[in-house]
Design a protein around this ligand. Sequence first.
Ligand code: ZN
Ligand code: ZN
Length: 489
Amino acid sequence: MKIFYNGSIITMNKQVETALAVGVDNGRIVELFNRQPDMAAEYIDLQGKWLLPGFIDTHTHSNSGGLYSMGVNLEHCQNLNELYERLRAGKLMGEMLIAWHLDEKELKEKRFPTAAELDKIFPEKAVLIRRVDGHSCVINSCAAGQIEAIQPLDSSFNGTFRRRANDQIVNWFHRSIDEEHILKSYDNAARHAIKYGHTSIHTMVGDGHESIEHYKLLQANMARYPIEFIPYAQCFNIDAAIEAGAPRLGGCILADGSFGSHTAALFESYADQPDNYGVLYHNDAFWEQIITRAHACDLQVAVHCIGDKAISQILKYYEKVQKENPKDLRHILIHNELTSDEMIRRMGDSNIVAAMQPMFDRLWAGEDGLYETVLGKERTLRTTRLRSLRDAGVIIGGGSDWYVTEMDALAGIDAAVRLHNPEERLTPYEAVQLYTSHAAWLSHDEHRLGQIAVGYQADFVVLEENPLEADDIAGINIIDVFKKGECKS
Ligand SMILES: [Zn+2]
Ligand SMILES: [Zn+2]
């Protein structure tokens, strides 16, 4: 047995809130001690630090994030010249170059680069630049010529794409990457996860179309990674998903786009574009068919929905299948950003759950921030409604949407405690639940993960300070990470 002692233990378990020491055997928690144990064992000295269940991120694009950490990061780029310099210095992945995290609004020129400009630097290699929110991209002519889905090219082609073409382009790049780079991307993601105290992360796998091959590849290689990936089959082929043994379907399969790209679907138009209501990517019949069939086949469903109109569209069918044939599948609204009181009440009534990103609020919901610009003040107050959802009984898992924001659970906890709208803030304990016990609920792992209790997996993070009392939660140092009782950091 291993015994973790001499620290403060926050169990996130309501029955036994704390303990003096934790006994672990064979990767599981076998005993919580309320007095100092003196038996023969391997003792692990926590040196007065804080032991919590390892964090769980309920929404990452590990493959994209892992790949992009091998590509070019355009974060905080100031102007187009600097952008070109960074691209020139970037490392090619085979015959292509991938860059991400571009916020064109931060550039002096306030615009995306054009294909013609990229062609001058990269006449023969395919280049993809993704916007920070992933809902717009820029490609060069070499790439455009190879991607069948976007042919014939419009005469107004300038390299920038949104909506479904954006999706199709990104999928083409991802499909063109070899297995070795795919597996390596998950190595990068796992390393990254551990750095920020995670022991499990939910990950979106596949391109949202028919193929299940990428999912199978990850399944077959799961054991090589130091953390646990909880995979989502992003695939519209339900039979293939079932055959691969997937318990859930979807992920960031899109009901709509994003606020930053003005493609999130809204009931009332954008504050800065009075004729624009965003866009529903699929009609009702499409979602009804997918959700009904998946529900009948006992698959949990997850769909990306940001605007109130898109959330309503998905909610309507989640409600319908739950009413007709109630099951404990916990269908997931991913992002679930702009909601009304009435929608929240219906979510609570139909037993669905949400995977949300408190960091979106931190980054974009502030005074004169992106959300106020595109939604106005009143609607911005109706985004990221953690308190209202919780009070309505909706279980929420916290996540980063990594690569979109940093895969940093403490930053997410901090953001949830200090949301811009004081009425929607959580207590530190509730915010930690988003990344531990409640996160485990989303994948039906609440009896196995997310708490320090007898019978649970020995997944721990050791923190320098108490996150329930610290002033600067985001700044707390991660000391150690243990997966199944083994140190991984
Ligand atoms: Zn999404
Ligand atoms: Zn996502």
